[in-house]
Design a protein around this ligand. Structure first.
Ligand code: NOJ
Length: 476
């Protein structure tokens, strides 16, 4: 890929690395930046064009980095700023773009901003977070819930008010109505863009700004998906102004990319391209993660998405990430190949999740091995995300070549067989079609830009429905 190419994000293949689990270089059982540098030749040979790193910044790790206590630092667990600079250079020398995870919705409660904010009602940073009085009976200001279970409001004794947290109580939400908050985060973006990063995947971008009146969310008629809807706590109209501002910041630095994490139905999702396409370059499209794995539903999703896209908006697709069960376990090993074919031949930009190219499956995590705070908060209902975050399987040696010591999460039980070295030597392995398809995309731009044809549709239908006649639910 030509580094001067403005459209690189349209025809590149993106690859998400969960840094804790990619490669450990300093024998502490946790992956790190030096480890990623060691594995760049693998990524280059795979043929991908851009690497997105889940957070590597200083963090108390209550949510494994999605709680950043210093937006312009590197957590010592992952290395140093010098290591990061070396990664940027090495990635670029190998023709790879580097995308960072920006987490602007919340900070940890240990962030100096929050420590200042909670110090008194008169603190100059009080309004940087969302503080409200309780109801007359002392209860929380409204019915908003935390994504990780329980009320979204936490009472702070010392100042007698509640603060809002969309996730853990240790992750207070920033107040994006405050212009100083906006400017502070835009400066963070500029800091990394100056260092040469090629863009951001913005964490939970759609709930950034909340209802100005803090109205109660309405009950959810579809109860099994959550007791109440998130009508007033997410997807507010004002969010688009913020995203356009973020986009302008990225554009100060030339051809960089802004990707938004957005979990909304397609017709709402596409609004995140913004007026005149001045919003996110790519609002992440998670549709393949929640549809039934049957040809008809997939076909419908593709058609609906294509139809909903504003003119000129660029599509994108994903099959997995660090929050959702592995595709190989959702659809089975055979179908995982079909899924790869689909992902890598649909019009638009595909994002791969590390290890999906070797068919990594969801790893069963025993209760005493659980690390994920979501599972710890609401145990036993199947929300554990550890199983899709286990170490990469590089070879058949002890700890799969990931580390020389016991890793932070258990390895998959089949790593002796299912690992990069073995699969590279086996032309029939899943890795083989992954590599071939990625290479073919480079040679055949029609695969990247061409609309899906009738014959492609038929071929995909045959593959999916012949092999899984009953269809499989994508989530279980
Ligand atoms: C979305 C991230 O993908 C997830 O891992 C995290 O727990 C939440 N945001 C909260 O930051």
């Amino acid at each position: 890929m030509d580094q001067g190419d403005n459209d690189w994000w349209r025809h590149g293949v993106f690859y998400q690395i969960y840094p804790r689990s990619f490669q450990d270089s300093n024998a502490d059982g946790v992956g790190d930046i030096r480890g990623i540098i060691e594995r760049l030749p693998y990524l280059k040979a795979l043929g991908i064009n851009a690497v997105w790193l889940s957070p590597i910044f200083p963090s108390p790790m209550a949510d494994f980095g999605y709680d950043i206590s210093d937006y312009t630092g590197i957590d010592p667990l992952f290395g140093t700023m010098a290591d990061f600079d070396a990664l940027v250079s090495a990635a670029h020398e190998n023709g790879l773009k580097l995308i960072l995870d920006l987490v602007p919705n919340h900070t940890p409660d240990q962030h100096p901003w929050f420590i200042e904010s909670k110090s008194s009602r008169d603190s100059p940073k009080r309004d940087w977070y969302i503080w409200r009085d309780g109801k007359p009976d002392g209860g929380p200001p409204n019915d908003w819930l935390s994504e990780f279970g329980g009320s979204g409001w936490e009472y702070h004794d010392a100042t007698g008010q509640y603060y809002y947290h969309a996730f853990l109580a240790q992750q207070p939400d920033l107040n994006w109505r405050n212009p100083d908050v906006r400017e502070a985060i835009y400066e963070v973006m500029r800091f990394w863009l100056r260092k040469g990063v090629d863009g951001f995947r913005v964490d939970v971008i759609w709930p950034l700004i909340k209802d100005a009146e803090f109205r109660d969310n309405p009950p959810n008629p579809n109860y099994h998906k959550g007791r109440i809807l998130t009508q007033y706590s997410t997807d507010r109209p004002e969010v688009h102004e913020i995203i356009a501002e973020m986009r302008r910041v990225t554009e100060e630095f030339g051809s960089r990319v802004l990707i938004g994490e957005i979990h909304l139905p397609l017709h709402r999702l596409v609004a995140y391209y913004g007026n005149d396409l001045a919003g996110a370059h790519m609002p992440f499209n998670f549709a393949l993660l929640s549809t039934l794995w049957r040809a008809r539903s997939i076909e419908r999703i593709i058609a609906d998405y294509e139809k909903a896209l504003p003119i000129g908006a660029w599509p994108n697709w994903v099959l997995g990430n660090h929050d959702r069960p592995r595709v190989a376990s959702r659809v089975g090993q055979e179908q995982a190949r079909v899924a790869a074919m689909l992902l890598l031949t649909l019009r638009g930009t595909p994002t791969l999740y590390y290890g999906d190219e070797i068919g990594k499956h969801q790893v069963a995590i025993a209760p005493d091995q659980v690390q994920d705070p979501f599972e710890k908060n609401v145990p036993g209902i199947g929300v554990d995300r550890d199983g899709c975050r286990t170490p990469m399987q590089w070879d058949a040696t002890l700890h799969a070549g990931f580390s020389t010591v016991t890793p932070w999460l258990p390895l998959a039980d089949d790593f002796v067989r299912r690992n990069v070295v073995n699969l590279e030597a086996d032309t029939k392995s899943i890795l083989s079609p992954y590599k071939a398809l990625i290479a073919t995309r480079r040679k055949l731009p029609q695969l990247v830009t061409g609309p899906i044809s009738r014959s492609q549709r038929r071929a995909i239908s045959c593959f999916i429905d012949e092999m899984v006649p009953q269809g499989r639910p994508l989530l279980h």
